[in-house]
Design a protein around this ligand. Structure first.
Ligand SMILES: Cc1cc2nc3c(=O)[nH]c(=O)nc-3n(C[C@H](O)[C@H](O)[C@H](O)COP(=O)(O)O)c2cc1C
Length: 179
């Protein structure tokens, strides 16, 4: 049996009242059923990261250590003013080598499925040498949420599993490049 990859499901929002934990836990529940990788929620908020350049808080080293343990990522991406959240961008900026030669998928949400935020994240991933997979489940604030309550449609299960197939495959394929 091939080695299981360690895949981090990264919550992109640190906002008070955020819905990203519910989305992340739902993605993890789908992922865990597959038993093909070790999936874990990685919450940016736990690291209390300062803005880049505003000091050397202990969370920065811990954040890099956590990323170094991971082979691939699923970003939970929410749309803020047609882009990704400032907290996710800052967390991306606060690591470098720990991102390199790994694969990532995204699950985004917003009024148009978070598509604009996700496309911005793809550009950033190119610079960080993260191989972003094609399949991208998009959740609608109108059809997958009832007010503040997260109520995802079953139709997303197929694309989430396809995205996870691709993240696993590419995380494994890139392993020889990771030192
Ligand atoms: C400052 C701000 C800007 C936002 N801009 C957008 C936007 O441009 N497009 C969109 O679809 N949703 C936008 N939203 C709605 C968020 O996507 C929505 O609140 C989502 O739940 C945020 O994710 P979170 O709850 O995990 O923090 C915005 C929300 C805030 C607070």
């Amino acid at each position: 049996m091939s080695e299981k990859m360690n895949i981090g499901i990264i919550l992109g929002s640190t906002r008070e009242g955020r819905v990203s934990p519910a989305v992340g836990e739902w993605v993890k529940s789908i992922a865990d059923k597959r038993e093909d990788a070790n999936y874990e929620i990685v919450d940016i908020k736990d690291y209390q990261l300062p803005l880049l350049g505003e000091g050397d808080a202990p969370g920065i080293a811990k954040w890099n250590e956590k990323l170094a343990e991971l082979d691939g990522f699923v970003f939970i991406v929410q749309e803020y003013n047609h882009s990704l959240s400032a907290s996710l961008k800052n967390a991306l900026d606060l690591a470098r080598d720990a991102w390199h030669n790994k694969a990532a998928g995204m699950v985004s949400y917003g009024s148009t499925g978070g598509a604009r935020a996700a496309e911005h994240l793809r550009g950033i991933m190119g610079e960080l040498m993260i191989a972003d997979v094609r399949t991208h489940p998009t959740l609608s604030l109108f059809y997958d949420f009832k007010g503040q309550e997260f109520a995802p449609q079953d139709l997303h299960l197929e694309t989430i599993n396809l995205m996870l197939d691709q993240v696993n495959d590419w995380s494994g394929a890139l392993k020889p490049l990771r030192k």
